[in-house]
Ligand binder design. Structure first.
Ligand code: ACO
Length: 329
């Protein structure tokens, strides 16, 4: 039996850099082709930041649009969570930098690290704090500048990623609309299949470690692909079962935008027709924690997602972490 939602989305926003990096551009940088990238991933182009732009700039722009959409002032926000693995700095948290840029002086602000699952994890944590600790208005942001850890000489990974941020403003539910259920999982046994070895306390960014490219993404693409399909299927199955909702009742599925073939494999397992699956991976690549909130905002603003619609979101990322969420919009 579906529980009554306790928090709902009051507004959403997104921000991506203006600079476009196309597959043709990548052909000039590494031994690849537009045809290979498109057929293996579904990606045509991605947005990348200019030097000197960190995540806080994109996250703040997305947050400002979400606040304007919600009709909520920054001073009313009492909680800010940024799901990310590419904050401006190790510390302070990017959420604190966003708080300052917005002038959200009353807020408690922190970052949450769950790689591509960062947005859904943050959504669930925000709901928990709002229902148990008295927070009334929350900003939940998913954002990453993954190009800051891309090795532009590694064709296995550099073609996959892009930069961006998406945000939602949460408030108390009206009783019908809002977050119905979330399912979060992780398994650190697979941490060695997708990780960034450098920049942390184990391998600090010494000249030697940087020379060895330890600050870049390491990925076993085939294994990540396999686990992504299995785990996203499991998360969606569990969230539907636990909420007592049938897959056929989903109006729009918003999967993490990593790879079109992963999206198609998962959608097929739930008999989801193409028109009920949101896809924008061709324009942005994999923006990690930003991919679901960017897609959510696009779907809302373009009218693909209508008030009252049931949206399912599902993701998978480094950790491994994976998650699904159900929301009545
Ligand atoms: N251009 C041309 N050829 C390439 C490129 C490239 N950019 N990258 C790899 N190749 C080559 C490989 O070297 C290999 O050549 P070989 O057969 O001579 O050894 C060949 O293409 C096939 O490589 P595979 O790894 O088998 O290709 P696959 O079909 O598995 O596609 C891909 C690779 C796209 C990385 C896929 O495995 C994938 O998408 N995995 C998921 C990765 C992912 O999404 N990671 C993001 C983080 S987690 C998440 O968000 C879900």
């Amino acid at each position: 039996m579906t529980k009554k939602p306790q928090v709902m989305v009051l507004g959403s926003g997104r921000a991506v850099p203006e600079k476009v990096l196309t597959n043709a551009d990548l052909e000039k940088m590494v031994d690849t082709t537009d045809q290979w990238i498109l057929s293996r991933t579904g990606i045509r182009e991605r947005r990348i930041v200019e030097p000197g732009v960190g995540l806080s700039e994109l996250a703040t722009a997305a947050a400002q649009r979400a606040l304007a959409d919600a009709g909520v002032a920054a001073e009313e926000i009492d909680l800010i969570i940024v799901g990310t693995v590419t904050g401006d700095m190790k510390f302070p948290a990017t959420a604190c930098l966003v708080q300052d840029r917005l002038g959200a002086r009353r807020a408690t602000a922190f970052d949450l690290s769950a790689a591509c699952s960062g947005f859904l994890y943050s959504l669930q944590v925000a709901q928990g704090l709002m229902t148990t600790a008295g927070y009334r208005r929350a900003l939940v942001i998913g954002g990453d500048v993954l190009t800051s850890m891309v090795n532009w000489e590694d064709r296995d990974t550099c073609v996959l990623f892009g930069d961006g941020a998406g945000a939602v403003v949460l408030g108390p539910s009206d009783g019908e609309r809002g977050l119905l259920h979330c399912y979060l999982r992780s398994d650190g046994a697979y941490s060695g299949l997708l990780y960034n070895p450098g920049c942390g306390s184990l391998n600090p960014p010494t000249p030697e470690n940087v020379r060895e490219r330890l600050n870049s993404i390491v990925m076993n693409g085939r294994e990540v692909f396999r686990h992504a399909v299995t785990s996203m299927t499991e998360a969606l199955t569990r969230v539907l079962e636990e909420a007592g909702i049938a897959a056929g009742d989903i109006d729009l599925l918003i999967p993490h935008q990593a790879n079109l073939r992963i999206i198609e494999a998962v959608s097929k397992r739930f008999d989801m027709p193409q028109e009920r699956v949101y896809v924008n991976v061709e324009r942005y690549g994999n923006t990690s924690a930003a991919s679901i909130p960017i897609a959510f905002d696009e779907a809302r603003r373009s009218g693909v997602l209508q008030p009252g619609n049931l949206v399912a979101m599902v993701t998978f990322g480094g950790g491994f972490t994976w998650a699904a969420g159900l929301m009545r919009c």
